[in-house]
Design a protein around this ligand. Structure first.
Ligand code: UD2
Length: 310
């Protein structure tokens, strides 16, 4: 992996103080100069590696954003309004964070030749018609967030086709790992982990038969490096998951057992509009990028639960 990275001198990570962005920045500082662009609204300065430079600015500060992109060989665009629920609550503010600045990044890259790796999402598919979900699966997002991700995902392809911008979209499934924030957007794994640690009930929403494809953030970092360095990535989009799924009940039981907690597993109301089944078909990423997730769920969970800096 480090071989390909030698072609990168300067990397820009938008959202580099957040969950996925900071894990990525931490890895990248070993290979190149890293600039983190973040307004620290949900991310934390403590998560930014000491070696990285921080530009503390909003995404809508277009001049700063454009300059930062033009100074980089690759921009990893992770800054976003990341809450699905918030996008449903306040679509216009979600739109203004997730759409226009992404277009500005592509526009800056158009003149500078910077490669753009965009953090897209499985949310673009909406309720799956079949699983595993491949990249050609119908796109019927069920939230403004999903539609925003889909729009930028398509813009990436269009900027490649029209202007030769080296843009790549990575469609993440359910990501977990250290530094996933609490609150609105904390994924179910961090919620169950916290409940197990504090001895509170582990709350399964619905019957727990719904499935998800959970991927450890370290594998997401590897996918980003491949997207940044592979010729085959350019102008393409890739599903990034493990290719396997488990039920939420299995997840609860695994975390309960692994943490040896006294917490009980309880069932609460199902989430309105919840997706029943989700699993990525990662054949394209495997074949075209050489992507191979290292952490199957059991191993990734063990790793996560033992990681102190969570
Ligand atoms: C994920 C992404 C979201 C979007 C979406 C696309 C996360 C955190 N969110 O939403 O951004 O991309 O996929 O489909 O990755 N659950 C419980 N108990 C709890 C919390 C959750 O049972 O205390 C269930 C929940 O009802 C759902 C499952 O766990 O069935 C996963 O929930 P989630 O919020 O971690 O992620 P998801 O798939 O809704």
């Amino acid at each position: 992996m480090s071989d390909g990275l030698q072609s990168i001198d300067n990397a820009l990570v938008t959202g580099g103080a957040g969950f996925i962005g900071s894990n990525l920045a931490e890895y990248l500082v070993n290979f190149c100069t890293v600039t983190v662009y973040d307004n620290l609204s949900s991310g934390t300065r403590d998560h930014v590696p000491d070696e990285a430079k921080i530009v503390e600015a909003d995404l809508n500060q277009t001049d700063q954003l454009t300059t930062a992109v033009k100074n980089a060989d690759v921009v990893f665009h992770h800054a976003a309004q990341v809450s699905v629920a918030q996008s449903v609550e306040a679509p216009t503010s979600s739109h203004s964070v997730n759409l226009d600045p992404s277009l500005e990044i592509l526009e800056a890259a158009r003149s500078s030749g910077t490669r753009v790796v965009f953090a897209s999402s499985a949310a673009i598919y909406g309720h799956p018609e079949y699983t595993p979900i491949d990249e050609t699966h119908p796109k019927q997002p069920s939230s403004p967030y999903g539609l925003e991700k889909l729009t930028v995902d398509h813009y990436c392809k269009l900027y490649h086709d029209l202007y030769d911008v080296e843009a790549v979209a990575l469609r993440y499934f359910n990501v977990y790992g250290p530094r996933q924030q609490g609150g609105d957007y904390s994924g179910v794994i961090s919620i169950f982990r916290d409940q197990a640690r504090t001895g509170d009930d582990i709350t399964i929403e619905g019957d727990g038969e719904q499935t998800r494809d959970f991927i450890h953030v370290d594998d997401i970092v590897q996918a980003n490096l491949l997207a940044a360095t592979s010729d085959a990535a350019v102008g393409e989009s890739f599903n990034i998951g493990t290719g396997d799924s488990i039920t939420i009940r299995e997840l609860a039981e695994t975390i309960q057992a692994a943490t040896e907690t006294d917490s009980n597993i309880v069932h609460v109301d199902p989430r309105e509009g919840d997706i029943e089944e989700s699993r990525a078909d990662i054949t394209k990423a495997r074949e075209d990028l050489g992507f191979e997730p290292e952490h199957a769920i059991q191993d990734g969970l063990d790793r996560y639960l033992s990681q102190e800096s969570n």
